[in-house]
Structure formats: C-alpha cells, structure tokens
Design a protein around this ligand. Structure first.
Ligand SMILES: Nc1ncnc2c1ncn2[C@@H]1O[C@H](COP(=O)(O)OP(=O)(O)OP(=O)(O)O)[C@@H](O)[C@H]1O
Length: 242
C-alpha cells in the first residue's frame, strides 16, 4: 500500500532522516515510536507529501509519489492529521469537515451530505455548528481526524493525535481509531504514549537518529535492548542537560 525506501532528509549537514525504509501493508495499524527528535515527524511529512526527501523513493498504491503534492497524495487515498491541529478557526466544525469532503464531492450539497456522515461517525454532532476557533484541544484533534476522514482515505496518518488528552479522552480516541480501522482504513500512528501503541498497533516501528532501528510486534519491540537503550539515552541526556 505504502512503501518508503532509503529516505534521507537533511537540514544543512544534519540528517534528520538518514536512510529510513518502511513498508506498510493494507489493513495494518503501524505505531511509529522513538525518542524526541528521532525524525518521526519529518519522515511522516515525506510520506504525506508535505516534505520532499533529498533522496529515496515513496510508492503509494503503485504510484511513485516521492515528489507528489499533498493534494496528489489525498487523491490517491492518503490523508493525515497534524501534530498541532491545523483547523480553519473561522469556519464551523461542519465547514471544516466539508473542506475534506470537497475532494471527492465537488457539488456543495454532496459535500454537505458526506461531511454530515463523518460528523456523526466521529461524534462531533453536538458541536457541528460551533466556530472551530472556540474549540479546546480534544475537539480540535477529533476535528482534524474528521476532516482527514472526509477525503475518504484508504490510509490515514495520525501524528500524535492522542497527545495532550486526559486518560478518558485517550480511551475515546482509541475507540475512534478502532472504528476507523474497522472500516478497512490502514493506519500509521506517531505516538509517544506506549499504552496506545501496545493496545492499537499490530506493528511497532522504532525510529532513532533518523533510522528504523527495530520493528515487530509491539510487546516484543518494547523489550528490545536496542530500543530500551535509545529511550534510556534520551532520559540520561535530559538529566545531563538539567
Ligand atoms: N525545519 C527544520 N529545520 C531544521 N531542523 C529540523 C527541522 N525540522 C526538524 N528538524 C530537526 O530534525 C530532527 C528530527 O525532528 P522530528 O520533528 O522529525 O523528530 P520527531 O521524532 O518527530 O520528534 P518529536 O517526537 O519530538 O516530535 C530534530 O533534531 C529537529 O530539531
């Protein structure tokens, strides 16, 4: 479904992504984990077309999308959410979701109908008419997912969609992710909360210093000595800086 090979992204002489490869099959839920600054978001941006790699190739459903725009990715069935929600503050919740729905439904009436279905599916009905700028973080995060879903993706990339939520909100968000997956949508999730990865992902992929250092069943990956060291190194560095 989505295959990234030998992806490199450099900022000056620093390689934020340094030869990372990842193959994602239909129906998977991939959890992308790793310490802060490991290159997860930068790699993720390449997968979604929001950043072009210096080298490497990305194939989406058989198409080479290495240099394709985010819109071309969306047309081919890939949607994403942003780590910091990027909703249109002056539009209502429904209108924000319509922005996604217009991709497949150019007529306004059709876009409204499609957006209404997504509003119901994502539990946003009580705030459908609210101005998006008035929403708190949990609702903004849910709206981001709704807008992405409205593009009718086959693969959805979620960048820390559950960060900053309370335990109750996290449980609700996990339930939503499960329902999205039950619709046949493939998911790639960047997430720091290990419980989320353990309960949702069928495969964990660990980033460290721009490379994939381990992957496999989440319960095995969290016991991998190389993974533990990558995380420990981070906390030790933090202590050293403090
Ligand atoms: N536009 C940029 N210019 C320069 N350096 C950048 C830029 N974007 C990211 N970086 C650097 O690249 C490295 C990887 O960042 P990235 O955000 O991809 O990591 P991450 O694994 O997603 O981290 P986090 O979990 O904290 O979000 C970091 O050292 C970061 O400072």
């Amino acid at each position: 479904m989505l295959e990234a090979r030998d992806i490199v992204v450099a900022f000056g002489s620093f390689r934020a992504v340094d030869g990372a490869s990842l193959s994602i099959g239909k129906g998977e839920i991939i959890g992308l984990i790793g310490p802060n600054g490991a290159g997860k978001s930068t790699f993720f941006n390449c997968l979604a077309g929001d950043r072009q790699p210096a080298s490497g190739t990305i194939m989406l459903r058989g198409h080479d999308v290495t240099r394709a725009t985010p819109e071309e990715h969306a047309r081919l069935g890939l949607a994403r959410s942003w780590q910091v929600p990027a909703v249109f503050d002056d539009l209502s919740v429904l209108e924000n979701v319509m922005v996604g729905a217009f991709l497949r439904h150019p007529r306004t009436a059709d876009a409204v109908a499609a957006a209404e279905k997504v509003i119901d599916f994502t539990g946003l009905r009580p705030i459908a008419a609210a101005r998006s700028g008035s929403l708190g973080t949990p609702a903004r995060k849910r709206l981001e997912i709704a807008r992405a879903l409205a593009t009718e993706p086959e693969i959805l990339l979620l960048d820390e969609a559950l960060a900053g939520l309370t335990p109750t909100e996290v449980r609700a968000a996990i339930e939503l992710v499960r329902r999205i997956h039950a619709r046949g949508i493939t998911l790639v999730i960047v997430e720091h909360v290990m419980e989320v990865i353990l309960s949702l992902a069928n495969r964990a992929v660990v980033f460290h210093q721009g490379k994939v250092i381990a992957q496999g069943a989440p319960k095995d990956v969290v016991q991998d000595p190389g993974v533990i060291e990558a995380y420990l190194g981070r906390s030790l560095n933090r202590k050293a800086r403090a």
